[in-house]
Structure formats: structure tokens, C-alpha cells
Write a protein that binds this ligand. Sequence first.
Ligand SMILES: *[C@@H]1O[C@H](CO)[C@@H](O)[C@H](O)[C@H]1NC(C)=O
Ligand SMILES: *[C@@H]1O[C@H](CO)[C@@H](O)[C@H](O)[C@H]1NC(C)=O
Ligand SMILES: *[C@@H]1O[C@H](CO)[C@@H](O)[C@H](O)[C@H]1NC(C)=O
Ligand SMILES: *[C@@H]1O[C@H](CO)[C@@H](O)[C@H](O)[C@H]1NC(C)=O
Ligand SMILES: *[C@@H]1O[C@H](CO)[C@@H](O)[C@H](O)[C@H]1NC(C)=O
Ligand SMILES: *[C@@H]1O[C@H](CO)[C@@H](O)[C@H](O)[C@H]1NC(C)=O
Ligand SMILES: *[C@@H]1O[C@H](CO)[C@@H](O)[C@H](O)[C@H]1NC(C)=O
Ligand SMILES: *[C@@H]1O[C@H](CO)[C@@H](O)[C@H](O)[C@H]1NC(C)=O
Ligand SMILES: *[C@@H]1O[C@H](CO)[C@@H](O)[C@H](O)[C@H]1NC(C)=O
Ligand SMILES: *[C@@H]1O[C@H](CO)[C@@H](O)[C@H](O)[C@H]1NC(C)=O
Ligand SMILES: *[C@@H]1O[C@H](CO)[C@@H](O)[C@H](O)[C@H]1NC(C)=O
Length: 438
Amino acid sequence: MRTSNCLLWLAASLCFDLATASPVKPTVDPSNRPSCVPAESPARNKICYVDSHNDQLTDDSNYILSALHECNNGGHVVFPANQSYLIGTALDLTFLQHVDLDIQGDILFSDDTDYWQANAFQQVFQNATTFFQLGGKDVNVYGGGTLDGNGQVWYDLYAEDIYILRPILFGTIGLHKGSISNLNLRYSPQWYNFVANSTNVVFSDISISSYSKSNNTAKNTDGWDTYRSDSITIQNSVVNNGDDCVSFKPNSTNILVQNMHCNGSHGISVGSLGQYANEIDIVSNILVTNINMSNATDGARIKVWPGNPAALSGDLQGGGGGGVVKNVTYDGMQITNVDYAIEVTQCYGQKNETLCFQNPSSLRIEDITFKNIHGTTSGEYAPLVGTIVCSSDTTCSNIRAEDIDVVGPSGSDEFACLNVDDSLLIGLNCSAVTSQSN
Ligand SMILES: *[C@@H]1O[C@H](CO)[C@@H](O)[C@H](O)[C@H]1NC(C)=O
Ligand SMILES: *[C@@H]1O[C@H](CO)[C@@H](O)[C@H](O)[C@H]1NC(C)=O
Ligand SMILES: *[C@@H]1O[C@H](CO)[C@@H](O)[C@H](O)[C@H]1NC(C)=O
Ligand SMILES: *[C@@H]1O[C@H](CO)[C@@H](O)[C@H](O)[C@H]1NC(C)=O
Ligand SMILES: *[C@@H]1O[C@H](CO)[C@@H](O)[C@H](O)[C@H]1NC(C)=O
Ligand SMILES: *[C@@H]1O[C@H](CO)[C@@H](O)[C@H](O)[C@H]1NC(C)=O
Ligand SMILES: *[C@@H]1O[C@H](CO)[C@@H](O)[C@H](O)[C@H]1NC(C)=O
Ligand SMILES: *[C@@H]1O[C@H](CO)[C@@H](O)[C@H](O)[C@H]1NC(C)=O
Ligand SMILES: *[C@@H]1O[C@H](CO)[C@@H](O)[C@H](O)[C@H]1NC(C)=O
Ligand SMILES: *[C@@H]1O[C@H](CO)[C@@H](O)[C@H](O)[C@H]1NC(C)=O
Ligand SMILES: *[C@@H]1O[C@H](CO)[C@@H](O)[C@H](O)[C@H]1NC(C)=O
């Protein structure tokens, strides 16, 4: 697992041709790459500039595709600063190999909701779709530019119909060895990053932010969701959103999340898992460390569906799936105004605990450590500051806590601990007997 730092990329300066009042190609040095680029990544020896209509009205997708094809296998593709792009076509970028995308300019995705619903890439899991899919081997994306998902039109449409398919802004699909760093991600229609079928990828120095200008909130704006992926690092990033800051979906292994500032989120979450009956979900070897968590519903969270079907909402239902959550460590989290500092549930989606306990989860939770979690909750569930609820006394084992110092605004520090071994929860005040949230 990598722990590299990613220094900020120093964007090459852009010259401006006063005579024609149009930007000229900036001078770039392809050897000037962020330090999170894998050391084994060979130097790039060709430069391609991506042309643009520069009006954010005309689709620039063909310019992008032709630059990527021209510079694939050893090139450095520049989207110059002061140049803006519109993407109105679903781009399959899984052919990339040994190429750097130096995105200094701004990329906007078109607001044609009919087009995207028909053409965005279907990733199957939870009906996820992505504007583009970027994959291949040895690909690095950086440059300080912005990808803007034009989310407002989607937030408003979703308020009318929860079954519309809202594209994910950044699809990292089948990428093996690479890095995505120093980018601004704005106004995603739903999740910001979906990382699937990928290995050995580092995300670093990413800024995420969205808000809705209407009364329809921007929903399901997860920062990252990892799925069927191994050896992924997510670090040094700031996330302002309204759903999971980072979420480990089925078959996420060897993941490091460190040095994150999450504001307004649903915490850093394992799951939800066990949603699909007859499927096996594995999440293992996860380390989450040095996190600031503010204005959130949760800090450290593990959510697993019970053994029988349950419905959280019309478009989110499930339960009955098997598998295991194993070897997950949360070490170092400062919380401020967070509803639950720690929330572990094997009753996700089932508000009736009696029903949950009658049909315990088929997905086990093992070898979990929570430590160095400090700060104050919001008081939303006072006197509770956290909850650890397994669906039977045999479906969880070795859940440990130490050095937890969390209180509510009025000083209470109770945890609801059900079907877990309290003696391993050192210092937790497991005096409460009630209940959990969704
Ligand atoms: C070009 O971009 C730079 C950096 O983003 C900015 O400082 C400068 O004002 C821009 N120039 C023009 C003419 O837009
Ligand atoms: C991942 O790979 C599997 C197996 O090749 C494939 O079925 C699936 O569509 C791919 N993508 C995702 C998002 O799972
Ligand atoms: C996709 O959404 C439909 C409802 O529109 C739901 O019935 C189905 O289970 C969802 N599929 C997945 C894989 O989540
Ligand atoms: C949002 O809701 C409030 C209260 O219901 C209303 O006064 C306001 O006009 C609404 N704003 C917009 C932009 O719809
Ligand atoms: C967390 O917040 C503290 C206090 O504001 C700050 O010193 C620290 O750098 C922050 N760490 C991260 C990873 O954001
Ligand atoms: C954090 O999120 C809250 C909403 O939950 C927002 O009001 C505030 O501006 C955000 N803080 C920062 C620094 O963006
Ligand atoms: C996850 O891994 C398990 C164990 O290897 C496998 O049975 C299952 O099919 C995988 N699930 C997905 C969605 O790839
Ligand atoms: C547990 O996960 C960590 C990564 O967080 C890894 O370093 C360690 O080797 C794993 N332990 C076992 C027993 O697999
Ligand atoms: C939390 O939200 C409040 C507004 O609700 C905001 O003032 C504060 O800056 C937020 N905290 C952080 C760390 O962003
Ligand atoms: C919860 O489920 C149990 C068992 O089916 C039932 O007896 C009880 O009435 C349910 N409680 C609520 C609040 O629905
Ligand atoms: C646990 O919480 C209860 C109820 O708030 C309180 O009376 C008790 O003093 C707490 N115990 C400890 C050890 O903090």
C-alpha cells in the first residue's frame, strides 16, 4: 500500500497572444509530474494539445478523443488553462495506456439529461452510470483544472422522479496503475468518483464541492465509491458534500484513506453491503487515518443489510447478501458537529430491530478497530454519541475500540452496543439500550 505524498503540480505558465486575443499553447514540461505518479511510470515524450471551440456550447468531445488517440502510448495531453471544454458525448476512455492527461482548463458536461440517461456508461452496480469511463494501464490525470457535472439540472429532475439515472462525474473503470490528482470536481449529478475494477491507483489533492441553488438538495453526492478494486489510496483531499465522504462498496480490498477533510457528509463508510441476495461482498484490509469530519451524520461507519429484504426507499432496497467485512481500522479522526461518531449496523434499511434480529445478516463483521476518535457530536441522538449494533451475537467478532473521547453538546457519551463484546470496547460508555438510525 502506498503512502506517498503528492506535491502540488506547478502548472506551466500560459502565454497569451495579445494580437489575436486567443490563448497560445502553454509551454509544458512533461517530466514535471506530481509525486504521486507511480515511480515505474515511464517518461512521456510527446505533447498533444486538446483543441476547443472554447464556447462551452459546442461539443468538444471529438477534439478530446483525437488528442488522446494521437498521444496514447507515451504522450502528455494538455488541456490548456484559459481554455474551456464542453463534453456532450459519452467517452469510452478505457483504451488509454502510458499517457498523462494534464487538465489545466475547465471541462463542463452538457445538461442534456435525455442524452445522458440513454448514453452514459451503465456500471450495473446500484444502477450507477458514468459520464465517461477512464481505464487502461499507466494513466495519470492532473493539472489543477476543473470538471463540472452541471448538477443543478439533475438535482431538480431527481426531485421530480427518483428513478432517473444521474451520471457519476468521474468513472475510473478498469484502471491499473495510475494517479488522479490536483483537480477540482464540481456539481456532480450524484457520486463524484466511482472506482471499479481498478488496481494500484492513487487519488490525491482533489477538491470536491457542490451545492444546489434551488430548494432541491444535491443528493447522493458521495466523494468516492470503490468497487471490485484493490490497492487504492485516497488522500490529501477536501470534500464538501451531502453523502458518504468515501465509501467502500463490495470487493474493496487494501484501501488507504488518509489526510482528508470531510464537511457535510455521511462519514467514511463501509457499505452498504449485503444488499443483493446470492452475492458475496468482501471488504478487507482498510485503513482510514488522519481525518477531519465536520457537519456530518456519521464519522466512522459500517452499514450492512440484514438477512431478509428491507427497503430504505423506493430506489434503495435489499438484504440477504453474504460475505465479510474484515480487518478495517479507523485510526485518528477529529469530529465536530457529527451525529454519530461511530455507527456500526447490521440492520441497514430495516427500521424494525425485532425483524432484523429475527433474520440476522449473512454478512459477517470481523477484526474492526476504532481508535483515536475525538471531538463533539451534534447532539442529534443525545444522549447517544454512537451505536454498534450487530444483528445476532454470532455475526460479529473482534470489534475493538480504544482512545475514543467523544461527547455530545450536553456532555453525554452513551453508546448503544448490541450483540457485541463490550469488554473489547475500551472506554466506551455502552450504557444505552436503544437503537440506531438509518
Ligand atoms: C489565464 O489564466 C490565468 C490562470 O488561470 C489567469 O490568471 C489569467 O487571468 C487568464 N487570462 C485570461 C486572459 O483569461
Ligand atoms: C468489471 O469487470 C467485470 C468482469 O469482467 C464486468 O462484468 C463488469 O461489467 C466490470 N465493470 C464493473 C463496474 O463491475
Ligand atoms: C435499478 O433500479 C430499479 C428501479 O428503478 C430497481 O428495481 C433495481 O433493483 C435496480 N438495480 C440495481 C442493480 O440496483
Ligand atoms: C424554497 O422554499 C421556500 C420555503 O418553502 C420558498 O419561500 C422559496 O421561494 C423557495 N425557493 C426556491 C428557489 O424555490
Ligand atoms: C484538521 O484540522 C486541523 C485543525 O483545523 C488542522 O490543523 C489539520 O491540518 C486538519 N487536517 C486535515 C487532514 O484536514
Ligand atoms: C461545510 O458544510 C456546511 C453545510 O453543512 C456549509 O454551510 C459550510 O459552508 C461548509 N464549510 C466549508 C468550509 O465549506
Ligand atoms: C466479490 O468477491 C467474491 C469472492 O471472491 C465473489 O464471489 C463475488 O462474486 C465478487 N463480487 C463481485 C460483485 O465482483
Ligand atoms: C490489515 O490491513 C492492513 C491495511 O490496513 C494491512 O497492512 C495488514 O497487513 C492487514 N492485516 C492482515 C492480517 O491481513
Ligand atoms: C460546519 O458548518 C458550519 C455552518 O453550518 C460552518 O460554519 C463551518 O465552517 C462548518 N465546518 C467546517 C469545518 O467546514
Ligand atoms: C416489528 O416487527 C415485529 C415482528 O414482526 C412486530 O411484532 C412489531 O409489531 C413490529 N414493530 C413495528 C413498530 O412495526
Ligand atoms: C455513562 O452514561 C450514563 C448516562 O448518561 C452516565 O450516568 C454514566 O456516568 C456514564 N458512565 C461513564 C463511565 O461515563
